[in-house]
Design a binder for this molecule. Structure first.
Ligand code: ADP
Ligand code: MG
Length: 713
């Protein structure tokens, strides 16, 4: 064993220039969306009546008229082929959390054995992948394994490019033959529909005609790490599990806070520019890029979009990050916690709802709009307080367990940050009177305007899992590798219920007393649910204790966090809103638990193998070297140096014995098939290995160290 692989990696990296990718001939505005069959392309290439019908489905959510499928398919095929596409695929999001695709060539033999390029309306609308290997949580028996994919016209088709090919991707939902959802998109679409319906109901209760389109919006900030591929390939743990199972934290990591928003290194900037160009081609509005808190950690954020589209786009962003990294000899790590002791990665889910052009979570200037704003705000507070357990469920996963509930951003306890000013207003509504802090006089909901709420940088709280940020809620608990689908299914459904409940009250209020009644209603909601509002530091032990007193759940691990999926009250809610049937809920629980257990097992088995075949031999070699030294010194009768060598020998000897004992304990835990025992045995083994790393001759250590992976690129 030696560090040859590390030395080779470092010298290779030293010679790597930033990748100079083909400079864009066209301007950014010209390439934007060039690989998307977007609205203007539809309008140009479809017969007018077909375009109108399709638009009604896309914009107004009207059911798709199957009669238009052939025309649309024809237009898409012509466009895709003109862009060089040779294949098409139904692109879907199975419960594995990734995306799936099975390509078919357009090319087919014609009647006289000539080649034709075929793509019918049926090819567009339904697909039948042999999907027996996707997780279904018992929804499908193998004999009826085929699921089907169904076109989602609300997310436009796009072209994915590889080195030698281009494939038309048609976003689809994935269901079983009996109609059960087997994916992340189907319940998302159902939940959007449910929430849209309740928004219209609420707006009608406020006296609006209800003829405008509601929209749920999402801007997903994506965090990630980049390390050099050479280091990655020398770390079996990164290759197999996406995170380092061993590795002592380096003396310098993020404590100097010199990486966050720091100037971006040329090689990384070249990567980011290429990512953005790729995304712009796909009509994904990548907007913000910067260094994140941890060394080698970065973030990309697009401009917010309609929720379903934004979720699809986030899936594409993750893929483009990974693939572009390859071309730059980098590897993009999307795991929630690739490096222990160093900040992990999340996905900030910026969520809002609008009606027509009005953002309902934006305080406005006129009293009517503010009444709607405060009502929507209270609806969200009520929803999150009531259902924080199931909201937490949606962020569960083996990777995210290392962030949530593990002394890192954000805690597993779901609470809401409102900021000082808004909290002040909420407090005053609760007390029964609202004084505008601007004038100091009495203010009543729907009669007076709110004091302006500045989006003040000092008013930001980084430790809150669910923060109001001026015109939207930012949910920070989702993990960096997770699809945004799951959390938004929950958010939409619980808020739809809350809005409906409020609307039912509003509908009963006599017109002349509407505002006084509204004020009393909001007061009641705040009294009942303000326990979920917390503006302090969410990382402290005091908050853990305080939140327990308030009765807020603290679901630290995935097995605990998934339990709410089996809770009658949650099953009933998702069923009532037609988002997930009881069977679908249960199947999801099964799938996510199984995935969790499998991941823990893989980590355990790999750690055991690495400890025995990579670390033990090195420790042994070190013992040999030292005992040789001790014997040599003794033989020649030299005392200087003897004591220190004996001491070192002893220290490493003890750790080597412990390494063997820890390995055996891990092996036993694996045999017992108990995830929590595997996790704890792996933790013990890890601390022994990390101690050894700090003592063993650097020239012997085979695994790239944190100080190398995180700083040399
Ligand atoms: P931060 O300071 O947290 O980075 P930003 O202002 O950069 O906040 O916004 C973060 C994300 O929130 C962006 O993706 C942005 O487009 C999105 N966002 C802004 N307004 C809305 C909205 N109304 N609905 C959903 N997302 C929004
Ligand atoms: Mg943010």
């Amino acid at each position: 064993m030696s560090n040859a692989v590390r030395r080779k990696a470092i010298s290779a990296i030293a010679g790597r220039p930033a990748r100079n990718y083909a400079v864009m001939a066209e301007s950014e505005t010209e390439i934007y969306g060039e690989d998307v069959f977007n609205l203007s392309r539809m309008r140009e290439s479809l017969p007018k009546n077909v375009y109108k019908k399709l638009l009604a489905t896309i914009k107004a959510g009207e059911p798709l008229d199957p009669v238009i499928a052939d025309d649309v398919a024809n237009a898409i095929r012509q466009w895709a082929i003109s862009r060089g596409a040779t294949h098409y695929t139904h692109w879907f999001q199975p419960l594995t959390g990734g995306t799936a695709e099975k390509h078919d060539a357009f090319l087919e033999p014609g009647e006289e054995d000539e080649a034709i390029m075929a793509f019918s309306g049926k090819n567009l609308i339904v697909g039948e992948p042999d999907a027996s290997s996707f997780p279904s949580g018992g929804l499908r028996a193998t004999f009826e394994a085929r699921g089907y994919t169904a076109w989602d016209p609300t997310s436009p088709a796009f072209i994915k490019r590889g080195l030698n090919d281009a494939t038309l991707c048609i976003p689809t939902a994935f269901c079983s033959y009996t109609g059960e959802a087997l994916d992340k998109k189907t319940p998302l679409l159902r939940s959007i529909q449910a929430l849209n319906k309740s928004i219209i109901r609420m707006m009608k209760a406020f006296g609006e005609p209800g003829d405008k389109h509601p929209e749920v919006t999402l801007g997903a900030e994506q965090e990630y790490f980049l390390i050099d591929k050479e280091f990655y390939l020398a770390r079996p743990d990164l290759v197999q599990t996406g995170r380092t199972l061993f590795g002592a934290p380096p003396p310098k990591h993020q404590q100097l806070e010199d990486h966050y928003f720091g100037s971006i290194k040329p090689r990384i900037l070249a990567f980011m520019s290429e990512v953005e160009t790729e995304l712009w081609r796909l009509g994904i509005p990548a907007k913000t890029r910067h260094n994140e808190v941890a060394p080698a950690q970065f973030e990309i954020a697009p401009v917010f979009e309609e929720l379903n589209l934004a979720v699809d786009h986030n899936m594409v962003i993750m893929e483009v990050l990974r693939q572009t990294a390859e071309r730059h000899n980098l590897v993009c790590l999307l795991h929630e916690k690739p490096f222990a002791g160093i900040n992990g990665s999340g996905k900030h889910n910026n969520w809002s709802i609008s009606y027509g052009k009005t953002n309902l979570l934006k305080p406005g200037n006129d009293p009517h709009q503010n009444a709607i704003f405060l009502t929507t705000l209270c609806a969200v507070i009520q929803a999150v307080d009531r259902h924080s357990d199931i909201l937490r469920s949606a962020t569960a996963g083996a990777g995210n367990d290392h962030r949530l509930g593990a002394n890192e951003a954000p805690p597993a306890i779901i609470s809401i940050f409102l900021g000082e000013q808004l909290t002040d207003i909420i407090d005053q509504i609760e007390k029964g009177e609202v004084k505008s802090s601007r004038h100091g006089d009495m203010m009543r909901i729907g009669v007076d305007t709110l004091p302006p709420l500045p989006r003040d940088a000092t008013d930001r709280n980084r430790t809150s899992p669910f923060a109001f940020t001026g015109n939207k809620f930012e949910f920070r608990a989702p993990g960096s590798s997770q699809s945004c689908g799951g959390v938004n299914v929950v958010l939409n459904t619980i808020v739809a219920e809350s809005i409906d409940e409020i609307s039912a009250e509003l509908e009963k209020f006599p017109k002349e007393d509407f505002l006084a009644n509204l004020q009393a209603l909001l007061q009641k909601i705040i009294r009942q649910h303000k326990r979920v509002v917390f503006n302090g530091d969410g990382y402290t032990q005091e908050w853990v204790e305080e939140s327990a007193k308030r009765g807020l759940p603290n679901l630290r691990t995935t097995p605990e966090a998934l339990q709410p999926l089996l809770d009658e009250k949650n099953i009933e809610l998702f069923d009532r809103y037609g988002v997930l049937s009881p069977k679908e809920m249960k199947s999801r629980y099964e799938v996510f638990m199984e995935e969790y257990e499998r991941k823990i097992r893989i980590e355990g088995e790999l750690a055991l193998t690495m400890a025995r075949t990579m670390i033990y031999p090195v420790a042994n070699e070190q013992l040999n070297k030292l005992s040789g030294t001790v014997a040599g010194l003794k033989a020649v009768g030299v005392n200087n140096g003897l004591q220190s060598s004996v001491k070192a020998l002893d220290k490493i000897g003890v750790l080597t014995d412990k390494l063997c004992a820890d390995s055996c304990a891990l092996e036993e835990a694996l045999q017992k098939n108990c995830s929590s025992s595997v996790i704890s045995a792996l933790g013990t083994l890890r601390s022994t290995v990390d101690e050894l790393e700090k003592l063993v001759d650097d020239q012997l250590w085979p695994l790239p160290k944190y100080r190398e992976m995180l700083f040399i690129y």
